[in-house]
Design a protein around this ligand. Structure first.
Ligand SMILES: Nc1ncnc2c1ncn2[C@@H]1O[C@H](COP(=O)(O)OP(=O)(O)OP(=O)(O)O)[C@@H](O)[C@H]1O
Length: 457
């Protein structure tokens, strides 16, 4: 019946569907593709008519349309790469019923880069709302802050990584506090977002606080907010991140860098679920899930009295260790395949993949900056690459052998010299530091930490 209905869409119906800038694909309840519009072909860079008659359950088992066919439920904002496409898309898909009968499903999708631009504009427009005096607006903004990742975005199939992933999936179904541990750039934030986006809190805010990037004296007001007039400059009331994350998740990144006084306050909130805004008298109760992350050795910090053992036990309910890339070299091809669509969007190229020799070159590198460094290397290679496939010579791994000092120096010295070279090259401004961190394959926070350490030495 559905087939004959699709046939009867008619000329006008086709013209209407073809005028949509969104790709549209229609399948019957068994997954047989019945219709693809013009934008489908443009976005996927392949003839949509050739997909008609194929079965979506087989050709795209992880797509939004398949999910609707398997669950009968609508899917919103699923990010994935359609078959044949080189760019990621955001899809909304819906079941189709005629009367009570489930007859098929339809998916509408747009290129992710386009959707991200729209979201960027939205975020820009909303940027100042947090500092407005209207509390409900502040909370509303946090609710719509954009988190991108779920487990389908996390690439990796080596045994050690699969263990971490399985634990993260399991814990996402609970409300437990989680401590994510791993070197810089291993994907701790990605895991935190995926856990939140798979949990029952997924429609509530996910608030990310980088404890190392905010100066100690501001972190308390960032966490708990303040009342108007509570200190010079507090011209209006501000909601803290704990309150914004109420019903949702707060991600405390770089928790090992939090100062001891604030650790005590944090512990108190974790124990009681209540706090007061700075200058406030009212106890505020929150129901916020905590996911913390660190690349530092907390046990060592405890031994040096730099981290509270009681807070450690509070946070360490479920600890997930994310292995560094050098321990999962076999994952490089898969991760590269996963990163390329994102990079293609950024650099405006259509790179299909890597030649074997390029993969061997990547496998032989030590990867101090982990996946962030791999992403930078691939982005540079995508820009240099002449054709559609990245070759070994397109891959620049730093430090280049010719830039290595003649004599052997300690890794610490080498790191210092690379940091100072990067800052010389890009300049000491915030923008320069961001560029330097990118070139070094580390996060801005890690760069700040390293600079602080160099100054202390
Ligand atoms: N398994 C993965 N598959 C694909 N991309 C990944 C994976 N893990 C990390 N990435 C990408 O690598 C980059 C770094 O990841 P992320 O920011 O989550 O690392 P991190 O451990 O939180 O780093 P830091 O400790 O420096 O803050 C991001 O762009 C992320 O999307």
């Amino acid at each position: 019946m559905f087939k004959s209905l699709v046939k009867s869409i008619g000329q006008l119906g086709h013209a209407v569907l073809d005028s949509s800038p969104e790709g549209i694909l229609l399948a019957d309840d068994e997954g047989n593709i019945m219709y693809a519009n013009k934008s489908y072909s443009l976005i996927c860079r392949s003839d949509g008519q050739k997909r008609v008659g194929k079965n979506i359950l087989k050709t795209n088992p992880h797509g939004a349309l398949t999910e609707v066919l398997l669950t009968g439920q609508p899917v919103f904002g699923k990010k994935h790469i359609p078959l044949g496409a080189h760019t990621e898309v955001f899809s909304n898909a819906f079941p189709i019923h005629i009367g009570d009968q489930f007859v098929g499903a339809i998916v509408f999708f747009r290129e992710a880069a386009e959707a991200i631009n729209v979201l960027g504009e939205l975020a820009k427009a909303r940027k100042d709302i947090r500092f407005s005096s209207n509390i409900s607006e502040q909370i509303e903004q946090a609710r719509y802050d954009f988190t991108r990742y779920d487990f389908s975005n996390i690439a990796g199939k080596t045994q050690c990584f699969k263990k971490s992933l399985a634990l993260a999936r399991r814990v996402s179904r609970t409300d437990s506090t989680v401590l994510l541990r791993g070197e810089s750039g291993t994907g701790k934030q990605l895991f935190a977002e995926a856990i939140h986006n798979t949990s029952t809190r997924r429609y509530q805010p996910f608030i990310n606080v980088n404890c190392a990037a905010i100066p100690d004296n501001l972190l308390e007001s960032e966490f708990f907010g303040y009342e108007k007039g509570s200190f010079t400059g507090a011209g209006q009331q501000k909601i803290g991140t704990f309150e914004l994350a109420n019903q949702g998740t707060i991600f405390l990144d770089e928790i090992g860098d939090m100062d001891l006084r604030l650790q005590a306050k944090l512990l108190q909130v974790l124990q009681s679920g209540t706090f007061r805004r700075l200058g406030g008298t009212k106890e505020i109760k929150v129901n916020t899930r905590v996911i913390a992350a660190t690349n530092r050795n907390l046990e060592e910090l405890i031994a040096k009295d730099l981290f509270r053992i009681d807070l450690y036990y509070r946070l360490n309910v479920v600890s997930i260790e994310i292995p560094p890339l050098r321990e999962r070299i076999d994952d490089i091809p898969l991760i590269a395949r996963n990163l390329l669509p994102k990079i293609n969007c950024r650099v405006g190229r259509v790179i299909k993949g890597l030649e074997d020799e390029a993969l061997v070159k990547l496998a032989n590198h030590h990867w101090p900056g982990n996946i962030r460094e791999l992403e930078n290397v691939l982005e540079k290679a995508s820009t240099l690459c002449d054709g559609e496939w990245i070759m070994a010579e397109d891959i620049c791994l730093s430090p280049l052998p010719s830039q290595m000092p003649e004599s052997i120096v300690s890794l610490e010295e080498l790191e210092k010299s690379m940091i100072s070279r990067a800052l010389q090259k890009f300049g000491p401004s915030l923008a320069g530091k961001k560029e330097a961190a990118r070139a070094l394959g580390i996060s801005l926070t890690t760069l700040y930490n390293k600079l602080r350490k160099i100054q202390d030495d």
